[in-house]
Design a protein around this ligand. Structure first.
Ligand code: TRP
Length: 449
């Protein structure tokens, strides 16, 4: 490992950046709508299984690779398996991170638009139907969504070009505590609503009849997406960890807080949905169509609405900077680019593809590949295919190929207080459980078997 490489300055920074990467639209926008469509509690249970039994060990695997090599994802595999085809997984990671960054930025752009609109009090003057129509009109228009996507990515450029410590770490240290405060405010408010009990029942009472193989694949994709897993994002971040950062503990804290935020988002959204007689299975539009009509009926609705979309925006930002960092570190280290050039290139690619995604709800909605718009195609291929495949390769690599002493050394470094039994459990998951589960779910979910 190179001695002069940047590292996160503090332990708090490690947690804030890693949790910041994990907590995002995946928790606050995607989890509630997926749970809403797929039977609430049942989806939650499957999601928890994938996060803690499969997800945590694979998070450790990424941490082990990243910290041990202290390198971008291409360099990491080159160092660990020179001349072997394992390194090809880094190209999956690079491609997927660009695809995800592109469509994710479109939704993040929507959150910025809605923050500004809410601050102007737009919900107060509108009926529920008008608010529903408003979102469709906005998302399918040609200019505004594109502009907001570009603005959002420009903010990313601004932070990322300042570097790992001054940009990423400092930003996360400020934003993550803010995010938790806003979340708690909403949770308290939501629990006092008349529909709270019904909302809780929906979220926590499992209805297993809604579970099909494609739902299980969806839950696995959700768990991976939510943990930022499978494409080297955590390899990249952990390459900035110090030698004494305890990896297992960090992965458990990340998974724990990530799950907590998803559950809190459910606790915030479903009581409101039931209180105001809305539909929990509204899908991707849940947050943008259903919530504003709820805010319109609340006292102080404009303030709540502004805060909510601000929360989504902040959560998105700490996630997208982690996606972009994958390609930035790659361009910097593999091609010797300066931080600024590497950032401009990464963000430039995302801006180009992001514009196309933004337009796929309107001007380009006729362009369908495999029956999907560009936005859906990017989302589906990256979350349901590239993430699980990447995750499987990473777990097989660390479980079977990587020297056991490296795995053990990394897991126990820095007083990681993990027993020999603990190490064996992690290795067992990586060797057998994760690959077999991922493989089965994957083949079933795609309808191959
Ligand atoms: N985990 C983030 C969320 O839940 C999204 C994310 C950030 C991500 N970095 C990633 C997803 C890398 C996959 C891979 O919103």
């Amino acid at each position: 490992m190179k001695d002069n490489r940047t590292q996160f300055a503090t332990r708090l920074g490690v947690i804030a950046t890693t949790v910041g990467s994990a907590v995002g639209l995946g928790n606050i926008w995607r989890f509630p709508y997926e749970a809403g469509v797929h039977g609430g509690g049942a989806f939650l249970i499957i999601d928890l299984f994938f996060i803690f039994i499969i997800g945590v060990p694979v998070v450790c695997a990424e941490f082990i690779i990243g910290r041990h090599t202290g390198s971008n994802i291409r360099g990491a595999f080159r160092a660990l398996a020179p001349g072997k085809p394992w390194g090809l997984v880094s190209y999956i990671g690079l491609a997927a991170s660009v695809l995800i960054l592109s469509f994710y930025s479109v939704v993040a752009g929507w959150t910025m638009h809605y923050t500004v609109k809410s601050a102007g009090g737009f919900t107060a003057r509108m009926t529920a139907d008008a608010l529903h129509a408003q979102f469709d009109t906005f998302a399918s228009s040609d200019v505004l969504p594109v502009v907001w996507t570009l603005v959002f990515l420009a903010v990313n450029y601004f932070i990322l070009s300042r570097g790992v410590r001054k940009g990423i770490e400092r930003m996360s240290n400020i934003l993550m505590p803010m995010l938790f405060v806003i979340l708690l405010l909403f949770t308290v408010n939501s629990l006092t609503m008349p529909g709270a009990a019904e909302g809780m029942r929906f979220l926590f009472m499992p209805d297993f009849s809604a579970i099909t193989p494609s739902v299980v694949l969806g839950a696995m994709g959700q768990a991976f997406f939510s943990l930022s897993l499978g494409l080297g994002c955590l390899i990249t971040y952990s390459s900035y960890f110090k030698r004494d950062t305890p990896l297992l503990r960090t992965s458990l804290i990340t998974a724990g807080l990530d799950t907590l935020v998803a559950i809190l988002a459910g606790i915030i959204i479903f009581p409101a949905v039931f209180t105001f007689g809305q539909e929990p299975a509204a899908g991707p539009k849940l947050v943008f169509e259903v919530l504003p009509s709820i805010f319109a009926n609340m006292s102080g609705g404009a303030v709540w609405s502004t805060l909510f979309f601000l929360l989504l925006f902040l959560a998105s930002l700490t996630s997208t900077i982690s996606m972009a960092e994958i390609t930035i570190a790659y361009f910097e280290e593999e091609f010797g680019m300066s931080r600024k050039t590497a950032t401009a290139l990464s963000i430039g690619i995302a801006m180009t593809l992001g514009m196309l995604c933004a337009l796929s709800f309107g001007a380009l909605d006729g362009i369908k590949i495999f029956g999907m718009t560009l936005f859906d195609l990017f989302d589906y291929t990256s979350s349901n295919i590239l993430l699980p495949v990447g995750g499987m390769i990473i777990s097989v690599f660390v479980g079977w190929v990587l020297d056991r002493s490296v795995v053990k050394g990394e897991l126990t470094a820095g007083g990681g207080r993990i027993t020999a039994m603990g190490v064996r459990c992690v290795v067992f998951c990586l060797r057998w459980l994760a690959p077999v589960c991922i493989g089965l779910v994957f083949l079933y979910g795609l309808g191959v078997v």
